[in-house]
Design a protein around this ligand. Structure first.
Ligand code: SF4
Ligand code: SF4
Length: 426
């Protein structure tokens, strides 16, 4: 189903078609009701109308109609938008804010009104060349594996240095021979290069739950990185083609931003599901927790809640962690990560996280675990400890890691269950 306000037109007969319908002029769709202001993190921080969804839409329209000049001060308000899409969920007029923002960012970059950090531009270029990206990030994986990384965003983990997720999945498929639905895993560019231990855990959990997992080769960036930066989407549709043409029952992602980008580019011709949401259809094994005194706080990525419109996870899945859990306070609010926002606007991102992360100082559990389903949100949450917002030990995990059976497991050949209702946030 196409989500209101998020459609990107695309012919429906060929998922790999190069043709893209030109974007519509949507700047007149806002009725100025202001119901989006309260949910907007940059309006909450600044109280500045120009730093709200309604204000930005007004500025963009005034510029488009040449009533105000295209000045640097107006460009700043575009750059300060996190892109969290909370305003889309709040909007009664279904203003497709995310689509408009994408167009505006691209326009600002093409006109030189917004400058992109050269390192981020390089990362976006590398994201389109996954083998090269994987090769140049070998030192990063070594540092993380040895526990030597001190970077404020690089949460600890033990990624494989050389074995790819595709190779790992092939090995486990031969060993376990599951017989259920065919799941094509989108491995992601940053996830596969820096945090592939999360991909490995995803493969194990899926196979344990009797999914046949394929990891198509030739996967490129889904376009999310380029979209966040205002750069043109990759011309090649190799990524969409390799995923869709492997003829899967479902395309699975473990990153909400990638999942949303794929839902748009594939126009939902093949179901694209977040892995934690997908596991709601089965009854995953209960795990014996590694930290029995821990308490899990679940945070929901914006692009899952406001983009993919997944409002929460099922009790089945969350209970399977074997740990007491609850949603983090303000779980559906933005943590400030915003794709690359925490790298481009680190001060704003930290201010957004400050209020949201405060509860961890008094949280239950030894240790408290902040669990989410997006590696970029994990990077942002991890920084809360490094920059002093949280001054007690806590762990940051992907939810799939709390469901991980580890290297030794057997396949559960159970039937798929009807999807239970997600547990409400309130
Ligand atoms: S995307 Fe988020 S930060 Fe940007 S205007 Fe909407 S609510 Fe505000
Ligand atoms: S809620 Fe929608 S219509 Fe109302 S001001 Fe915000 S963007 Fe405009």
């Amino acid at each position: 189903m196409t989500q209101p306000g998020t459609s990107l037109s695309k012919p429906v007969d060929d998922p790999c078609s190069e043709d893209r319908t030109a974007p519509r002029d949507l700047l007149t769709s806002c009725v100025h009701c202001g119901l989006c202001l309260e949910v907007c993190p940059t309006w909450q921080l600044s109280g500045d109308e120009n730093n709200s969804p309604r204000g930005r839409l007004r500025l963009w329209r005034e510029e488009a109609e040449e009533r105000i000049p295209q000045d640097p001060w107006t460009a700043r308000y575009t750059e300060e938008c996190v892109g969290c899409l909370a305003c889309e969920s709040a909007c009664p007029a279904n203003v497709p804010y995310g689509e408009i923002l994408e167009q505006q960012r691209a326009d600002h970059v093409s006109k030189g009104r917004t400058r992109i950090n050269p390192l981020l531009r390089l990362a976006a270029a590398l994201a389109a060349r996954p083998r090269l990206f994987s090769a140049v990030t070998v030192p990063l994986r070594i540092l993380r594996r040895l526990g030597f990384s001190q970077h404020r965003n690089l949460f600890p983990g033990q990624p494989s240095i050389l074995q790819s997720t595709a190779d790992y999945a092939r090995t486990l498929m031969q060993k376990h021979q599951p017989s259920g639905p065919l799941a094509a895993l989108q491995v992601g560019c940053l996830m596969e290069s820096a945090f592939r231990e999360i991909n490995f855990a995803t493969v194990r959990v899926l196979i344990e739950n009797n999914f046949r997992v394929i990891v198509p080769e030739q996967q490129e960036c889904c376009g999310a990185v380029q979209s966040h930066l205002g750069l043109p989407a990759p011309q090649s549709s190799a990524n969409e083609c390799s995923l869709a043409r492997s003829n899967p029952d479902v395309i699975v992602t473990n990153s909400s931003g990638c999942g949303l980008a794929l839902q748009h580019s594939l126009n939902n011709e093949v179901p694209v599901r977040d892995v934690i949401d997908l596991l709601s259809d089965v009854a995953p094994h209960q795990r014996t927790p590694q930290h029995p005194e821990a308490h899990v706080y679940i945070d929901l990525p914006c692009h899952l809640v406001h983009g993919q419109r997944v409002q929460g996870f099922s009790e089945n899945v969350l209970n399977a962690t074997g740990l007491p859990w609850e949603y983090a306070p303000q779980a559906a609010d933005c943590c400030g990560s915003g794709g690359v926002y925490h790298l481009q606007q680190p001060q704003n991102a930290t201010r957004i996280l400050q209020e949201k992360s405060r509860f961890l100082n008094e949280a239950k559990g030894q240790p408290p675990i902040l669990a989410t389903s997006n590696h970029v949100c994990m990077m942002q949450w991890y920084s809360a400890g490094k920059n002093g917002l949280v001054h007690r030990p806590f762990l940051v995990k992907h939810l799939i890691q709390l469901l991980d059976p580890g290297p030794d497991f057997s396949v559960q050949k159970q039937a798929l269950q009807p999807a239970p209702r997600p547990v409400s946030l309130q």
